[in-house]
Design a protein around this ligand. Sequence first.
Ligand code: SF4
Length: 602
Amino acid sequence: PHLEDKKHVFLSAPTGSGKTAASLYAALKHAYEYNLRVFFATARTTQQLMAEETVERMAQKGIPIRAVSIRAKEKICLHHEVRCLPDVCPYAAGYFDKLQRNNTLQSSWSMHDSRGDLWPDKIIRIAEEQYICPHALSLDLASMADVVIGDFNYLFDPSVRLSMVSAEPQKWMVIVDEAHNLPERAMGYGSPRISLRLVWRALEGTRGTDFAQPLEELYSYMLDQLSESKEKEWSFEIADVDSKIFQKWVTAFESLAVRYAQVTQERTFFSEDEGDLWTDVARTIFRFSAIFSQAKDETLVLYTKGYLDRKLKSSDQLALFSRWKPKDEHTSLALLNRDPSGILGPVFKDFHSSIIMSATLEPMEYYRNMFGIPQMHRIEVRTPSYFPQEHRASFVIPSISTAYRDRERDREKTAMIIGDIISSTPGNIAVFFPSFAYLEQVVPLIDCTREKVLQQKRGLSERDRHELLETMKKGEGHTLFGVMGGIFSEGVDLPDKALCCAVMVGPCLPQANYARRKIQEWNEKKYQKGFAYAWLVPGLARVSQAAGRVIRTPTDKGTIILLGKRFASKNMKEFLPKELILQTTYNIKPELQSFWKTHSGN
Ligand code: SF4
């Protein structure tokens, strides 16, 4: 009924409670009745897969669904590199002609699947057969679908928002899955950065032509600002920003754009490896300017990152630049938008209705503030955990410190405790660290009696991730070492014996840097909750998500262990899920042995 009232429903429900199926069913029922469309927005591919499975199950039950799932370009690109220009990529060349000739948009639905769901593997198959870009095809097919599954970006990032949504937002019912990720993402949308290296290379490439003019001004502005910075102050805020200067550069780029496109038909300014740096700079400056015009000034911080030595001769400076990697962003100009409500609020206002759901929407007050949806359009629903409390035991072990400065000192003890947990748990176990660096520091020291050890590696491929999950699902007593906020700690289903214990090593607070301190400052000023909103809520949301992997069905049994003394502090407990009834222990072995004595084989 809330959806009929065009409301935005904040749904806080524990992991494994069937949110995906329930929300999709409710939204679809309503969508068919009122001629609306459903967008299921996710933060990662694993959630997209779950939504696809759910839609498939609904279709098998006879619900007539036309659904499309959109994957990121990088994940389904058929070319050897993602460069979507007709003269570079053969799948982009003649795209519309091929589409028309083959009647692709009509024939895709019936030709490949009578049920009418088009998932990425099917779209790739069609694209391969017809030699067209699968990503462009998925977007075109999405414009015909009742249900679209895709990343948050397609709805909320102003630079990639789908035109079919922005043209008629009132026609869309939106489900935001794992919504706890959206505020941080939205801050990212409003926080572009441009490196001095990029501007310098773009300028070098076009020097002596009219196209260099806006670059020269931008470059000299950046040099001035960066030379103000001091080595000890790696970043500093630029005071009294005149945002009109960005608009002026936008106008200059716009006035040159058509001629630039014509000239680059005949000649290139940059090497093939570098790509089109002039356009890269222009796009980024457009983004700065757009954010200055949309966001409230007090939410924005324009700041420098890195510094330049004023005493350096210009020839030395150039030598220094040329050693930097093309994407080097250490010395750059950055904009930070500290208030996601300014980005999200106006977008939600235009949707017909939405379900904003997660197992980690507490404290609700934080999410209320971050989403910027007024009270009169908002409904809050909390569902309790239906799983028997006695199936789960949760512990805090405060005997070590996971603070950055203490990690080296405590790493052997940390490894020893993890070893004890592993040897006292009769089943699959996952140990999650706040970072790969910390994981690599501790894991080699763990005296792991088990042979079956799996480790999450940086940049793991989809295939490797899938294989690793399938191995865990066999429930043969594996130990997985991974990171919080990563692909194994959120949005994956590890029911029954696939996971019996999750250990979270430290509270996974965001990285300490200038931007984070500025976010803290803003939240302190606006809500008097600087530390909580900037650090604790995002950090503990990752912990709660990882903890939520253990109990996925009413018959699952398992233990959740928070390792580190910071978990014992009162202000941390306030932000952890209420269903975690934490017991403090300095000796975990007997606790686990006693739990599993009662629960093994039941
Ligand atoms: S047009 Fe498509 S296939 Fe070609 S590079 Fe871009 S994403 Fe890849």
